[in-house]
Ligand binder design. Sequence first.
Ligand code: FES
Ligand code: FE2
Length: 377
Amino acid sequence: MPHDLPAPFIWTGPPLAEARSLPAAAYASEAVYAAEVEHIHRKTWFIAGRVDEWPHPGDYRAIDTVGGPVLVVRDAEGVLRAHANICRHRGAKLLGGQGNTRSISCPYHAWLYRLDGSLAGAPAMAGTPGFDKAHWGLLPVRLEIWGGFVFLNFSSDAPALLSDLGNLPPLLASHRLEEMVCVWRVEIEARCNWKLLVENASETYHTGTVHAVTVGAQKSVTLPVAGEWSGIQVLSTGSIAVMGDAPVLPQIEGLSAQARQGTFFVCLHPVTQLAVAQDCAWWLHMQPLAADRTRLTVGGCFPKSATERPDFAALAQPYYERWEKVAREDAGILEHVQAACGSPLFQPGPLSWRDDVVHAFGQWVLGRLAAAGVSVG
Ligand code: FES
Ligand SMILES: [Fe+2]
């Protein structure tokens, strides 16, 4: 697919030493948080998982989101769909957890929905004049798939996912993400604002201290961006998806020269992060729960060929340990930052040259809020 190559990332605002981190209200104010939910989170794409996590017709997963309960289900024709997980009668939540089902039955008055969301039956409603089943299917939620990742969006006006991804698909093409399978997930309750997690994932300035005994100090370069994302490449010709000298899986065949140089850490604005290494990929979803609380989900993916090796389970274990341990180290330090953001003693500080993507992301958030008439104190 032809693509206009973007100019390299060049920060055109004030020099970073004159720039400041965001004000405390951006992290601690419930009013700012509510504005972010309304003007950012309910209008942008966020990750719901991997397409291979719903392999069969009838497979479903109930997901709590900033826009309410959503049901992602593969219908009888094999189409992956997202519906509001809310009965059209009087609003009961329909399904919880995950599993496989032939239809969706409301636990309250037993209205019955097909997997495609259409209403199949409504007991005794034939006695209600003017009722037409055809009008009362489950409300659809936008769902798009790229690289095997499933994304949702509550806004009918939002651009298509591919438009937001800009120049990212060609950058990651040689990893063949669509051929990977997600084999592992963990959820971590992080007691911090969602932006602290995104910012933290956008710099390697902290890795030598926060991750001193796990992955250690790292070097990174900022990626040139066109689209609604930002990112860095952590430079290392060996995989950084394991700790120490644990054995690694083979490098993915056919990687581009750039992809062989290190791991891409990209944030698809605002709450999805992809980490794409030479042998695997892992994804993170920072689901906002409150100004000071975020649910961090981490998912681990490998090429299908790797998962079919007889020794895969043993080889994959160090990857899972690394992903969870490093994520918990990050969440741990960010709890301390969050505590400080709530203090009247907190003042925005000068940024490092290694915080360029942190600054760009903060400006992106402020820009989205400003466009909606919201300023952050
Ligand atoms: S709320 Fe679902 S059938 Fe009444
Ligand atoms: Fe980190």
